[in-house]
Design a binder for this molecule. Structure first.
Ligand code: G6P
Length: 435
């Protein structure tokens, strides 16, 4: 078996030990020669700490994989088989701003959903385009596995504007499979969910256990108070009549659309208290994580990492890479070009659906026309995403204004404009496209 070269952009992330753990666990099926952890000057200190921990983890596992921490992105990308992107332009400071700006106008302030996600996309699109230019030149046959948020829009940018082979990945679908398994008290390997939607806006339309569709059982459990959320999203309970008539499992992020008023109130309260916004909470968690990572005796993924929202991140990423490398024809829920999979959406946009994955990449499984109860929301969020991607590429103010105005969580043109002006002003250094 040929050993692989992996490049991780945003390698200094506190999530990297999760990824290394995934590669160690699957070493028998996925031989990795080198993992390049790449970061920028601002992240050098974190990169050094994470790189050293990664080396200790590999040493303990007895593997011979080389870990190379570097600021030289081009060397890392050159000849890589897989490039993984998990970076955050502007860091958690910018995320905190993304969360706080919308709250000024009583609009949801969230990392990926709503205007916060829009701001993050505007900062990220120029950088992902640069990375893709490097991949096109230095490793044109590499797969780019994109985790960078907002993952759906960033994947759509790559699909529409570059020649890079890409798959967008998120831990929400795999997290939902594990949570549903937990709710049903069965082994997660037995649970199969038909997913339909967009990144962070994905529904489980059917849940199978041993070939039987048990979605009603899951809905009943949710109505009885079973929990289905992630560490970063408050566990607000669903309205029973709503869930029963929806007949689908919403993802944790749907709360932002279906319970907007409660969540905005909760965010405002939290941001005005010592707790702060999620980014501010994560800043504290990160600080203590890096203190833990520094310990020269630590050589495993520390359990404290579980306080973050990215649970199962490595399972999703490493098993996907293995499905490609080992030509497995396995089903993974990923972000890919629609191409008629959901005929209610344009062909060239990114959708999050089940795909058969083998060495030729992901082949989406047809979903068909969307039922009216979810169609309107998906179509309007997708229209926002299309406009946002276009704005991120061109820096056109009007397109950006249209994007925010179309977003279902933005109440008016007036507020869309105030949001946009604040976002551009407060992110100036990261938005070269908006002159
Ligand atoms: C979930 C989402 C990710 C997101 C993360 C945030 O895992 O799927 O897209 O980045 O939560 O977690 P955090 O701990 O940073 O709030």
């Amino acid at each position: 078996m040929k050993g692989l070269k992996i490049a991780v952009i945003g390698g200094g992330s506190s999530y990297t030990p999760e990824l290394i753990d995934g590669f160690i666990k699957r070493a028998n099926e996925l031989p990795v020669n080198e993992i390049y952890l790449v970061d920028i000057m601002d992240g050098k200190h974190k990169l050094e700490i994470v790189g050293e921990l990664a080396k200790r983890m590999i040493k303990k596992s007895g593997l011979s994989t080389k870990i190379i921490s570097t600021l030289d992105r081009r060397t890392a990308i050159k000849g890589a088989d897989f490039v993984m992107t998990q970076f955050r332009v502007g860091g958690l400071k910018a995320r905190a701003r993304d969360e706080r700006i919308p709250l000024r106008y009583n609009v949801l302030g969230q990392e990926t959903t709503g205007p916060g996600g829009f701001a993050k996309a505007m900062r990220t699109i120029p950088v992902i385009m640069d990375i893709c230019k490097d991949i096109e030149e230095l490793s044109p046959s590499a797969w780019l596995i994109n985790f960078t948020n907002p993952a759906g829009m960033i994947t759509e940018t790559i699909l529409k504007h570059t020649n890079v082979k890409t798959i967008g990945l998120c831990n929400v679908p795999i997290g939902m499979v594990k949570m549903v398994a937990n709710i049903l008290d069965v082994d997660s390997a037995k649970v199969k969910i038909d997913f339909v939607g967009l990144n962070h806006l994905v529904w489980g339309s059917k849940v199978y256990v041993n070939g039987e569709n048990v979605i009603n059982r899951v809905i009943d459990k949710l109505c009885d108070g079973a929990s289905l959320t992630m560490k970063n999203i408050p566990d607000l309970k669903w309205d029973k009549d709503f869930l029963k008539s929806l007949k689908m499992i919403p993802c944790p992020y749907h709360r932002y659309y279906y319970m907007t008023d409660d969540l905005v109130a909760e965010e405002i309260e939290s941001s005005n208290s010592e707790k702060g916004t999620r980014a501010e909470q994560v800043q504290k968690i990160e600080k203590s994580l890096f203190e833990i990572y520094k310990n020269p005796d630590l050589d495993i993924k520390p359990p404290q990492l579980e306080k973050r929202g990215g649970a199962y991140y490595s399972d999703a990423a490493v098993s996907l890479i293995s499905a490609i490398y080992n030509d497995k024809r396995e089903i993974h829920t990923v972000n890919v070009r629609n191409n008629g999979t959901i005929p209610s959406l344009p062909h060239d946009v990114a959708v999050e659906v089940n795909c058969v994955v083998d060495s030729t990449g992901p082949k989406p499984i047809t979903v068909g026309y969307l039922p009216a109860k979810i169609k309107g929301l998906i179509q309007s969020v997708k229209a926002y995403e299309e406009l946002a991607v276009q704005a991120g590429i061109t820096g056109n103010y009007g397109t950006a204004l249209q994007a925010l105005t179309v977003h279902p969580l933005v109440p008016s043109v007036k507020i869309a404009k105030q949001l946009l002006d604040d976002i551009i002003r407060e992110n100036r250094e990261y938005l070269p496209q908006f002159k």
